[in-house]
Design a protein around this ligand. Structure first.
Ligand SMILES: [Ca+2]
Length: 420
């Protein structure tokens, strides 16, 4: 068994519970429904036959999945994605600093990229952590990675592919760097949003309890999700600030910041159909949470997800638990029911498992449990009973067709999600 990605929790006497946050009428109005869901809300109940499959209410009791092995023999895999180049290939991130290609169901021997010479991966949460291909990858060959270097500090860089199967390690252009005060909570998630901007997740810097108060400090990238434009440089800066970023032009906040109050947003994703943003934020000793930003609110940004005032929907520091202005999670589960670290996943938008259409999947690194989430017929957030995968889940990922995969770090194997 590998050591854990997050802090392993200290058992305590907190009662067992799994909480699904019930969204009140007022909160629903404030959530600014994504287009397809708003359309559903306006659809008369008698017209369900005409409701698009993508907008069906989530039925937690109907949730079921299985797993089909795609490729084994991976070394501490942490992520999987696709290049959007029409090749149908999968790209798997290995923690030590390699990107491997799976083509036609076979793991290609020669790595696509090998930067083990500059990646530091001695800590459980260190290494090559994130990968995102530019939307024009098919012509530009450009992609971005997030890793911790030999000193444990975060580097986000761009590389360029040399040909269809390899990328030149010397093609690196550093986009940004962040000193890491502790080895854990590096975040490491990367994704290009529907707007073409690069989104980067940073943990709170590590240790326990956010000792430096980074989550609530807008003067640091730690404990945040950033949003930058890597297609436009700005003077000597290899990226520019999207003008509609919530803190663009602010003297009191880093202009790259989109949202904050995060502890370790290890994995986040966009719903490829609606543009909604989903964040799995790893908790401290008690609760794991999933955060949600409707597509219409993503660019608006400024959401404060609460850490370290709150852990899940409970006060973390009860003496100063002012919850004003905080955006609560849409799903919380307790370590008491098994688990230590939420692994944010994706909304299913494939075709091979129609019953999953529109369902968000997430899991837990330690317990191997996987949940389905969505809004039920009453528009309240609902979660399924968990399915036991038996995996040491480090990530979920999408292929070009929207099929979903789960990465088993412990077993070095990639699985495709099936109907079971
Ligand atoms: Ca939170």
């Amino acid at each position: 068994m590998p050591a854990s990605i997050p802090d392993r929790p200290t058992p305590d006497s907190t009662p067992n519970r799994r909480q699904i946050v019930q969204v009140t009428t007022a909160a629903t109005a404030a959530l600014s429904l994504p287009g397809s869901l708003a359309a559903l809300a306006a659809t008369p109940a008698t017209a369900t036959a005409q409701t698009p499959a993508t907008a069906r209410p989530f039925d937690p009791a109907a949730f079921g999945i299985g797993f089909a092995s795609v490729a084994g023999g991976l070394e501490r895999p942490l992520f999987v994605t696709h290049a959007g180049d029409g090749s149908g290939r999968l790209f798997v991130v290995e923690q030590a600093g390699r990107i491997r290609i799976i083509a036609d169901g076979h793991l290609v021997t020669t790595p696509f990229l090998d930067i083990t010479d500059r990646v530091g991966s001695s800590g459980n949460e260190q290494g090559l952590l994130g990968l995102a291909f530019a939307s024009d990858y098919a012509t530009s060959g450009a992609f971005s990675v997030d890793y911790t270097d030999a000193d444990g500090n975060t580097v986000v860089s761009r590389f360029v592919a040399s040909d269809a199967t390899t990328a030149d390690p010397t093609s690196e252009t550093v986009i940004l760097q962040q000193e890491q005060p502790f080895p854990n909570h590096n975040g490491g998630g990367l994704a290009f949003g529907p707007d073409g901007f690069l989104y980067i997740s940073f943990g709170d810097g590590g240790s326990q309890g956010d000792p430096n108060g980074n989550g609530q400090n807008l003067g640091t990238w730690l404990g945040k999700i950033l949003r930058i434009d890597v297609a436009q440089t700005d003077g000597g800066t290899p990226y520019s600030i999207p003008p509609d970023n919530p803190f663009a032009g602010s003297a009191d906040a880093k202009p790259e910041i989109l949202c904050y109050g995060l502890r370790n947003p290890w994995r986040f994703s966009f719903d490829r159909e609606t543009g909604d943003l989903w964040i799995g934020d790893v908790g401290q000793n008690l609760y794991e949470e999933v955060d949600f930003v409707a597509a219409a609110d993503v660019a608006k940004g400024g959401q404060n997800f609460g850490w370290n005032i709150m852990e899940g929907d409970s006060c973390y520091n009860a003496e100063t638990c002012d919850q004003g202005g905080l955006t609560p999670p849409v799903f919380v589960y307790s370590h008491e029911e098994g688990g230590c670290s939420v692994i944010g996943g994706y909304v299913y938008r494939g075709t091979e498992v129609p019953s999953l259409m529109g369902t968000y999947l997430c899991g837990d690194y330690c317990s191997g449990l996987i949940w389905g989430l969505g809004r039920d017929a009453s528009r309240a957030w609902a979660a399924s009973a968990p399915v036991q995968s038996g995996f040491g889940i480090s990530a979920f990922g999408e292929d070009e067709s929207g099929e979903l995969y789960v990465v088993d770090q412990a077993g070095g194997t990639l699985y495709r999600i099936t109907s079971g």
